[in-house]
Design a protein around this ligand. Sequence first.
Ligand SMILES: Nc1nc2c(ncn2[C@@H]2O[C@H](COP(=O)(O)OP(=O)(O)OP(=O)(O)O)[C@@H](O)[C@H]2O)c(=O)[nH]1
Ligand SMILES: [Mg+2]
Length: 447
Amino acid sequence: MVLEKLGGSLREALRKIAGASYIDESLIKEIVRDIQRALIQADVNVQLALSITRELQRRALEDKPPPGMSPREHVVRIIYEELVKILGTAREVPLQKQRILLVGLYGQGKTTTAGKLAKYFQKKGLSVGLVAADVHRPAAYEQLKQLSEQINASFFGEPKEKDAVKIVKQGVKALEASDVLIVDSSGRHALEPALIMEIESVAKALQANERLLVVDATVGQQAGPQAKAFHDAVGITGVVVTKLDGTAKGGGALSAVAEVKAPIVFIGVGEKIDDLEKFEPPRFISRLLGMGDLETLLERAQEAIDAQQAEALTKKIMAGKFTLHEMYEQIEMLTDMGPMRKLAALIPGVSGKMKDADMEGTQARLRRFRIIMDSMTDAEMTDPKTVKSSRVQRIAHGAGVSPREVKELLRNYEMSRKAIKGFAGNRKMRKQLMQQLEASGVDIDDG
Ligand SMILES: Nc1nc2c(ncn2[C@@H]2O[C@H](COP(=O)(O)OP(=O)(O)OP(=O)(O)O)[C@@H](O)[C@H]2O)c(=O)[nH]1
Ligand SMILES: [Mg+2]
């Protein structure tokens, strides 16, 4: 596992929370010290480790747990959130037709990463072409060619050509049919003017959508200045941190790169072609902290919050208030909250037969509804009956959808409203629903 040692120490700290009979100040301080030590041992910058743990301690001592969340879960959640913060904001390289340029110093893992990325996109159903534009290292051509053969990706290279721009231009033509074009470029010992110039002209010739910097995690905190220098010079869109397997300094590399505000998009976790992972700070941290246990813990905490919101909304609706504002709120709950399905069925007007299978289609439709409602005025949301043809046109235009879709939303609203009216008018059903809600609330509050 990546960052084995750091993960071990963090899990040890969490176990203390789980095992303690109650959470008090001295326990929190002890855990904060443990985490601080673990971070510094993983090569996280001392200042950063101190400031993060200071904030962690302040929140753990001062913030009140939200209703329904135990103090234990609350502290775990704060630790999790603060650690996620160290890793910066997430950015995803989209799964679409695009051109990607890989840049970086010598030996950081560019060529290997080119192959890994190709495999990654192939797995997602995109065709990939690889272009060998490292004109400095003689063996680079052969290395990339072999990688493409291994995964059956298209390949273009001109081993005798010394002009990277020419290769890229020819490569773009030759591999036109590929969805994703990945270009391996030359490295240097240091970021020098010649390298910057080459990267810039190659990126321009390629019309690169992504310029990804490849940095080796074994350099530890030095990865930060490297990322910053490249970012300042050629504006990178993301960083791939390689060799995170088997280095104790990985924490330093990741946090230092995050600190210079260059989003980490992938991590390399081994020499093999499949050893590449999409980098998502929350998922990365939950894994470090011991996924299973923590997730259930946090999910239950989240459910408690969700349940409260759902209950409040339901009460409002049952009291006869159902405009598009309420529908919007409903949709927000249904699209944002994964573990809410159980409760979703309880919200009146929302179909109870939302199975996992059609959940995704439904989610997409609900998201579209939300976008449409974002183009409506407050008055229209409150009184949807006023939305007639010219307004439908305007809203459709604003939301970038067809008028038919706006009408679909209105029809849906009308159906929900009628269903709710029937519901709210039926005392027996109403009582049943309230009991159900109460039951789920009590159930969760117990936790
Ligand atoms: N353990 C491990 N090794 C890696 C990883 N990524 C790359 N490597 C190894 O690092 C070495 C250098 O990788 P390359 O892909 O050749 O690096 P490069 O940046 O293209 O190097 P130059 O072309 O010389 O500039 C190779 O031995 C790779 O197998 C990784 O995520 N984990
Ligand atoms: Mg190379």
